[in-house]
Write a protein that binds this ligand. Structure first.
Ligand code: MN
Ligand code: MN
Length: 462
């Protein structure tokens, strides 16, 4: 048998760097610089929306208002309460032909402040946290933290707080036990060694000098917050303050092929969608890019993918063309753009090597997610996977097939099922990630770039 015949007959994915041209590599590196800048400016879901609006408006997108007349090629966005956003480029075909949708999420695991967070103990001031999403608690101690978020004051006025982002700012931290006294802690299972109620952020240690009461350090911290942000302790109750890792995105590896950062899950796919939408002019089908919130806690709430906000936005677009939403949905396609696990040789025992995504092998297609017997998965059909496979092959997108890990090892979900439940053909695809959900996650530039290329192909598809 010839080499060619053998290659045709057997499936053997090729390493991305054996396929990438020099021109593609240059474009990949430029794309990843923009992605890193997006990450550094967007450390919370609110900041992702803020950045997206800013970038979109620079490219001629306007805020969508109900009843607006729309022409093919028009670019609009709908900001859902500052926490999620949908952007669209209107197609030349009516919406009855369906839309091409990219759905990613921009919330990431983090430590939220509790409603009554500030207290003092042993003359140090702390903030109590309630973790958001699936974190491995032991990873969040002794890493520098920033505090980002919004506070609504008693009179209804608002202030946005960002502490630690500016290089001149102080940062915050959660302390851990010294090994010398960690004998008992060291015997505990990983998920019990750091209890949730010990994830308390150190925020100050200087007592208020001329006060004779107790809690002098807490008082002094509150005074600083009041001077800078005009808030009082009760204002924490109507606040969303998120402690996030303080590190900015950095190249990883001597060859600079990887990016380390907080929040690749799922900003790496969200940014790919956004950049792809910006590169889409006059598509046949209307192209829609979604930054969803709350995916990490089940896509719940008004800003999550289960919210009617998406249906309302699409119904409004349809109404402007006299199209029924249900007709649009049944002809639409959605790439549920979310990350998957990258095979990690240090933890080989949890992966099934023949069905794992590998770093530098391109965007990972997941026919199904879920856990156990595909529980909670939308499980895309052969036809839908076939369509995307052909689309990617026709457009030179380097892709691979991906399963999270061994069937018995665990599992996870995405927004895919909520899109599929709307009668929209949906497939999961995204960037393989090392150390997913850790304060500092790692992805490959090639996979980031190929996700952008894949998304661009979806938006241009018929
Ligand atoms: Mn995700
Ligand atoms: Mn996640």
């Amino acid at each position: 048998m010839t080499k060619e015949e053998k290659k045709k007959l057997l499936y053997r994915p090729e390493h991305g760097f054996d396929r990438l041209t020099a021109a593609e590599e240059a474009e990949m590196n430029a794309y990843c610089e923009d992605y890193k800048a997006f990450l550094d400016a967007s450390k919370t879901e609110r900041e992702c929306v803020f950045t997206a609006v800013k970038l979109a408006e620079q490219r001629g997108f306007v805020e969508y208002k109900r009843g607006m007349k729309l022409q093919p090629g028009d670019k609009v966005y709908f900001n859902n309460r500052g926490k999620a956003i949908m952007l669209a480029v209107i197609g030349t075909l009516p919406l009855s032909a369906g839309a091409n949708i990219g759905a990613a999420h921009t919330d990431a695991p983090r430590l939220d402040l509790k409603p009554n967070p500030l207290y003092e103990d042993a003359e140090m001031a702390y903030l109590k946290t309630h973790h958001y999403g699936g974190i491995r608690k032991y990873q969040w101690v002794t890493v520098p933290l920033e505090l980002h978020g919004k506070v609504t004051r008693a009179d209804g006025s608002e202030v946005y707080i960002k502490i630690g982002d500016d290089p001149a700012d102080p940062q915050l931290v959660i302390n851990d036990l010294l090994p010398h006294l960690g004998r008992e802690q060291g015997k505990k299972p990983l998920n019990e060694a750091i209890p949730s109620e010990s994830l308390n952020i150190l925020i100050g240690s200087r007592p208020e000098r001329d006060d004779d009461g107790s809690d002098r350090v807490k008082l002094a911290v509150m005074k600083l917050l009041n001077e800078k942000y005009g808030i009082v302790e009760e204002d924490f109750i109507s606040a969303e303050l998120e402690a996030v890792p303080a590190a900015n995105a950095r190249d990883i590896g001597l060859d600079r092929t990887l990016i380390g950062a907080y929040g690749h899950d799922d900003r790496v796919c969200a940014y790919a969608e956004l950049a792809a939408l910006f590169a889409t002019e006059h598509p046949e089908k209307t192209a829609v890019c979604i930054f969803a919130d709350k995916e990490e806690i089940g896509s719940e709430g008004v800003s999550g993918m289960q919210s009617q906000a998406f249906d309302t936005f699409m119904a409004d677009l349809c109404a402007s063309q006299g199209v029924e939403l249900r007709e649009c949905f049944e002809n639409s396609f959605c790439l549920s753009a979310d990350v998957t696990a990258a095979y990690d040789p240090n933890f080989a025992e949890v992966y099934e090597r023949r069905n794992s995504a590998f770093v530098n092998y391109g965007i990972g297609l997941c026919k199904y997610t879920g856990s156990g017997g595909k529980g909670g998965a939308s499980d895309a059909s052969a036809e839908v996977v076939g369509k995307v496979r052909k689309l990617f092959n026709d457009n030179g997108v380097i892709w691979q097939m991906a399963e999270l890990g061994k069937t018995d090892a665990g599992g996870g979900g995405t927004v895919a099922k909520y899109m599929a439940n709307r009668n929209i053909d949906t497939l999961d695809a995204g960037v393989p990630v090392l150390s997913m959900h850790a304060p500092f996650e790692t992805v490959s530039k090639l996979d980031c770039y190929m996700t952008f290329r894949g998304m661009k192909a979806v938006f241009a598809s018929k």
